[in-house]
Design a protein around this ligand. Structure first.
Ligand SMILES: Cc1cc2nc3c(=O)[nH]c(=O)nc-3n(C[C@H](O)[C@H](O)[C@H](O)COP(=O)(O)O)c2cc1C
Length: 207
């Protein structure tokens, strides 16, 4: 079956066997037809990237989703190394670097901290969207469209039923991206994509 948009999920969790939330989100995402799920730590445990293969993969997709747990207000290390090596000058950016032009980027992030901590009056002082500024500007430099992140806050005390609800929501967002049912203008008005989702994704949806 052909879908309007090709979605690539670049997944990074260095200790997946200990994961509760990313494990559940990834399980749902992997089951979606027409999606490419690429587990970076599984593919490159030594960070020895096949740069051309990674670039070919990006070129073959319209929407790139980076999924990872928040580590020190940023990504796990493999995402940084991948970015440094794969997004090359003359390919991703620079006057000749147009390979990624027009593609969409979304980050799917889980945080141990609660939502109330990611606030100007909270412990972490900034929202996840604010912490993602370097990722946003990287996308913009590469002529990509940066979407607000999908964020699951408060993973530490999360009940299995709540994890399942977030995984189901993640599935809806990825399917909406695949089916081109996401209203980008509505999405750009929110801090995270999984708030007010009914106003962002259009109805629906085949099996
Ligand atoms: C090295 C490390 C750094 C972390 N840094 C943060 C952080 O900056 N902010 C935060 O809210 N949680 C932080 N956490 C908690 C993780 O984000 C949390 O355990 C994860 O999102 C849970 O997802 P999982 O069940 O898939 O592992 C950190 C965890 C580790 C191991």
């Amino acid at each position: 079956m052909k879908y309007p948009k090709k979605v690539l999920i670049l997944f990074a969790h260095p200790a997946l066997h200990k994961s509760r939330v990313n494990q559940a989100l990834a399980r749902q995402a992997r089951r979606i037809a027409g999606i490419t799920f690429h587990d970076l730590y599984a593919a490159y445990p030594e960070f020895d990237f096949l740069v051309t293969a990674e670039q070919d993969l990006m070129e073959a997709h319209d929407v790139i989703v980076f999924q990872f747990p928040f580590f020190w207000y940023s990504s796990p290390a493999i995402i940084k190394e991948w970015t440094d090596l794969v997004l090359t000058h003359g390919w991703a950016y620079g006057s000749e670097g147009k390979a990624l032009e027009g593609k969409w980027v979304m980050h799917a992030i889980t945080t141990g901290g609660r939502e109330s901590a990611y606030h100007s009056n909270g412990l972490n002082r900034f929202t996840v969207r604010e912490f993602l500024r370097p990722f946003e500007q990287t996308a913009v430099l590469c002529n990509m469209r940066f979407l607000p992140p999908f964020v699951v806050h408060g993973t530490h005390q999360m009940k299995p039923s709540d994890i399942q609800t977030h995984a189901d929501t993640y599935r809806s967002v990825i399917r909406a991206l695949r089916d081109d049912r996401l209203d980008i203008h509505a999405a750009e008005r929110v801090l995270r994509i999984n708030e007010g989702l009914s106003g962002i994704i259009r109805a629906r949806e085949e099996a």
